[in-house]
Write a protein of this length. Structure first.
Lengths: 114, 181
């Protein structure tokens, strides 16, 4: 579900390989995020460019995972979102809690400057 | 001249693997109903969010049977209605019956975090209208305070009106969403 495509001392870039993220796979998605955070202990940049459909269960899993990341003094950063998914995130104001970038490269540049 | 009226019935079998195909089917039926003066991208974005959440709700709560969707447009607005006979919404029978209907006392906060507050307004005992308000971020201390359940909020924020009715006689749950063109 998540393929690591780049790793630096500070961050991981994970490509989300599914096109549909909803209640049927949100628990599994969250478990993968938690495992990556536990194993690598790095900021996780999620490249979501393949994702076409999301629902509230997936967004809930993302928020829950972000809480876990913050508890480890890490972060989950979002990149490559389709316009409608970005608009959905803004609709419920989750853009106030996630750092969102157009591209994973842009996100990695920003993370390196933190 | 474009015909901006439509009436579509759709039965959803509450299976998660048919969520996207059902969503695409309904959006495909709605697209020709959007009048030229309306912002079709915005209408379709809102309908996509609403229908996705109604389908997700059906999978979670409607049980083994099927869920009926009725989509109707008269050229000025779109009505999406979801009907099932699953368990009633948890808010049913929680109205304060000691106060008159349609009064401010029947508006109750049902969830709140620093981002948003969600309200249920009991218009009658089994008829609820949802509304939301943006929260002030001034007191935002931590992501720990952020809610993790967004289904009702997404529908409320995407629509011009969102109501839930429980029909005690037929035991039907009816979610009705209005989107103005």
């Amino acid at each position: 579900m998540i393929t690591i495509v780049q790793e630096s001392p500070k961050y991981l870039i994970g490509e989300v390989t599914i096109t549909e993220a909803n209640l049927s796979n949100s628990d599994e998605f969250k478990a993968e995020l938690v495992k990556l955070l536990d194993e690598h202990h790095k900021i996780l940049i999620l490249d979501l460019q393949e994702l076409k459909y999301v629902d509230s269960a997936f967004l809930g899993a993302l928020v829950s995972s972000l809480k876990y990341a913050i508890s480890l003094k890490l972060d989950i950063v979002l990149a490559g979102l389709r316009t409608d998914i970005r608009d959905l995130i803004k609709l419920i104001r989750l853009d106030k809690v996630f750092k969102i970038y157009n591209y994973a490269e842009e996100a990695s540049f920003a993370v390196n400057k933190m | 001249m474009q015909n901006c009226t439509c009436k579509v019935k759709f039965e959803f079998d509450n299976c998660a693997d048919k969520l996207v195909s059902s969503l695409e089917y309904m959006l495909g039926q709605i697209t020709p109903c959007i009048p030229p003066h309306a912002d079709s991208n915005d209408i379709l974005f809102r309908c996509k969010a609403i229908i996705t959440e109604l389908l997700t709700n059906a999978i979670k709560h409607a049980g083994k049977g099927s869920t009926r969707f009725d989509v109707e447009s008269d050229g000025s607005k779109l009505i999406i209605r979801k009907t099932d006979t699953g368990m009633p919404l948890y808010l049913v029978n929680t109205r304060n019956n000691t106060v008159p209907e349609n009064t401010a006392e029947n508006k109750r906060l049902i969830s709140a975090d620093p981002l948003s507050s969600l309200y249920a307004n009991w218009e009658t005992e089994n008829h609820i209208r949802f509304s939301s308000e943006e929260g002030s971020l001034d007191d935002f201390l931590s992501v720990e305070e952020v809610a993790e359940h967004f289904g009702i909020l997404i529908i409320t924020n995407s629509s011009d009106e969102f109501t839930y009715t429980y029909n005690k006689t037929t035991r039907e749950n009816i979610f009705r969403v209005r989107v103005d063109f």
